[in-house]
Design a protein around this ligand. Structure first.
Ligand code: FHN
Length: 644
């Protein structure tokens, strides 16, 4: 039984004992923050989530994802969990891939007839309502004479990326490959070269795995690519076509399915199929995509955006996808059992945009990559080449700088498994290999000390990756304190190797005070009861005293206009017999090192005194938590209890 499950069972027992006490109801007072006695419980006895908590293995339902058991007309292949794991191994080891968005929109670079699109560049046809007949004139201009597939692949290689995923067809409907199904393809342009074929050959030559993005549901060239009502209509071409006469079955039959067959038949092995924005498709249609894909490429890896975009649990529990794709440029990494891939941009767009020069720096690239790796994720970093076939110089330079770090220190990233610790650290990220864990230190601690709270295994030695010189450390109980005095600090991140001899790493995954006596309650270690909007943590205090309470949450929403939902919610922190009203304010703000576009907001809501050592439970009540950038609720990252 894993610790999160035990923790949730413990919470459940706390909850049930509260219920049996028949406590009196009382409203939590609002600002100004002050401490009052706890006399309230809002537990709903009918809460169905509590039933769910009682089910062993509820946390991931992992088995269910990989077994096809739903009765359906469309039979899709079955595989065991072992077969699934074997098929995924190269992808899990690879960690880092290059995403490429390239197409007719790259000619416009975000501007059409003097008008600059306010949104992402590859959506320009839709955003500026360009009629298809006008947009299609770009076919005659697509002539990227500077395109050199080997050169692109060597950029990916030098960047330390192990795979490449390119848009074989994006939402505009234009195919970068030789298609017999539609003339709206690269062979109709003056260029007349099959870009997908050339890139596949170059990837094979240079040992890079090759994946294809295919916009399977959205197609602005098809009069029948119907997706749905309401907001989903914004994704369709309503300039040229009338939704009431659209027939999706025809679109799928005449374009999407046959083109999928083409790309999965004509280029040898395709390692990844990156379906995108499949929301609106029904289960049978999704199954048909899976069936075609798995029959033609049995070992291919499928993205979760084949269907609904919200997350694994919202899809039917079937063999629909192999990894979860969180929202663009966002990071969840909450559930270690389901591999995820964070797809991100090097500026603010996927397709080339000439006015956007805010390029991600190597530090950010490495941070996002290693943060993902430490939580069972890959990073797919995009570049939008220009219409002439060249990649913009600045992101290429930055990718190569990050690549140089990876060349020297990649052993701490590639082929690793995620952090064995269920929480995060302030200084950087943990990854693991047999008999060692790697600590990539991004933020050098002010006191030159790294604290690895929770490690029970006896450490044999600690050294910098690539050096045999030992680093001093002290181990007492569950604390490993590493002394970084005199240790060479590397640019971007310093990778330390902690080696042990035991056959298995032992972790005490209960939360407790760290070496500085602070307590960090990460979202990922919490139990969240959505029906009563309560996040809860149980932790140990060994050095009592007074602690400031800082609630840290992320901005969310569209990356061009991030919003912070903290001030919209009122609730309370309940801990050590006190209720502390929590009306969040923007007390501090800083860039979230893995989310880039989104600030991390700190809100001090008061303080709490722990009078004696012991085990405590803290509840954040009244706050809906929505970790994803598009879901409702607070983008909670963690609560810090800072010792005064
Ligand atoms: O609409 C697309 C967008 O253009 C881009 O392709 C990204 C990449 O993840 N996916 C969709 C938005 O989520």
């Amino acid at each position: 039984m894993n610790s999160k499950y035990l923790q949730k069972l413990f919470i459940l027992s706390v909850v049930l004992s509260f219920m049996s006490c028949k406590v009196k109801q009382q409203e939590a007072p609002v600002a100004p923050p002050k401490i009052v006695e706890v006399t309230t419980s809002e537990i709903n006895e009918e809460n169905p989530y509590i039933e769910e908590l009682k089910q062993p293995g509820y946390q991931t339902n992992f088995d269910a994802y990989f077994k096809s058991h739903t009765p359906s007309k469309v039979e899709i292949p079955y595989e065991t969990e072992e077969e699934y794991q074997a098929r995924m191994q190269w992808w899990k080891d690879a960690k880092y891939g290059m995403f490429i968005h390239w197409g007719l929109y790259s000619i416009l670079g975000g501007e059409y007839n003097g008008e600059v699109t306010p949104k992402i560049a590859e959506w320009i046809q839709n955003t500026l309502k360009i009629p298809a007949s006008e947009y299609k004139k770009l076919v005659d201009q697509f002539n990227p004479t500077e395109f050199d597939a080997d050169e692109w692949v060597s950029v990916a290689k030098e960047a330390g990326m192990k795979y490449m995923v390119i848009t074989s067809k994006h939402h505009d409907g234009f195919a970068l490959f030789n298609s017999k199904v539609s003339e709206y393809d690269v062979m109709s342009t003056p260029f007349k070269r099959d870009i997908i074929k050339e890139l596949k050959e170059a990837c094979d030559k240079q040992g890079i795995k090759f994946g294809l993005y295919y916009s399977h549901a959205i197609d602005w060239d098809s009069p029948n690519a119907y997706i749905g009502e309401g907001q989903l209509q914004d994704r369709m071409n309503l300039v040229d076509f009338d939704p009431s006469t659209m027939d999706r079955a025809t679109y799928l039959k005449e374009k999407s399915f046959p083109q999928l067959r083409e790309i999965l038949t004509n280029y040898g092995t395709i390692d990844i199929i990156w379906f995108d924005m499949g929301k609106g498709l029904d289960n049978e249609e999704i199954r048909e995509f899976v069936k075609i894909t798995r029959e033609l490429q049995p070992n291919i890896i499928i993205s979760s955006r084949i269907g609904d975009e919200v997350g694994p649990t919202s899809l039917n529990k079937d063999l629909y996808f192999d990894f979860f794709t969180p929202s663009d440029n966002y990071f969840t990494g909450d559930d270690l059992a389901i591999p995820f891939e964070m797809a991100g941009t090097t500026n603010g767009s996927w397709g080339y945009r000439k006015d956007d020069t805010e390029w991600r720096k190597p530090l950010f690239m490495l941070n996002a990559l290693i943060a993902s790796a430490s939580r069972n994720g890959n990073y797919l970093l995009n570049i939008g080449p220009m219409a002439n076939g060249l990649m913009p110089a600045e992101p290429v330079k930055n990718l190569k700088i990050a690549g140089a770090w990876l060349k020297e220190n990649g052993a701490s990233v590639y082929g690793t498994t995620p952090s064995p610790f269920p929480w995060n650290y302030d200084w950087g990220y943990v990854t693991e290999k047999p008999n060692k864990i790697f600590l990539n230190v991004f933020t050098w601690p002010k006191n030159n000390q790294i604290d690895l709270n929770g490690l029970l295994t006896k450490v044999d030695k600690i050294h910098l990756l690539g050096s045999t010189k030992q680093v001093k450390f002290k181990q007492e109980g569950r604390f490993l304190t590493i002394d970084l005095t005199g240790v060479e600090r590397k640019e971007f991140a310093t990778p330390l190797v902690v080696e042990y001899k035991d056959t298995k790493l032992k972790i005490d995954d209960g939360i407790s005070q760290n070496a500085e006596n602070n307590i960090r309650l990460d979202r990922i270690t919490s139990t969240y009861l959505k029906d009563i909007a309560m996040s809860s943590w149980t932790f140990k205090v060994h050095t009592p005293g007074t602690f400031k309470i800082n609630i840290v949450s992320n901005e969310k929403g569209n990356h061009h206009k991030p919003v912070w939902t903290g001030s919209e919610q009122k609730g309370s922190v309940q801990v050590a017999g006190k209720i502390i009203p929590a009306h969040l304010k923007r007390d501090t703000e800083m860039i979230n090192p893995t989310l880039f576009f989104y600030k991390e907001i700190g809100s001090y809501v008061g303080e709490i005194e722990f009078l004696k050592a012991g085990t405590y439970t803290l509840q954040l009540k009244g706050f809906k938590v929505g970790a994803d950038k598009w879901t409702e609720g607070l983008g909670l990252e963690r609560i810090e209890l800072i010792k005064e």
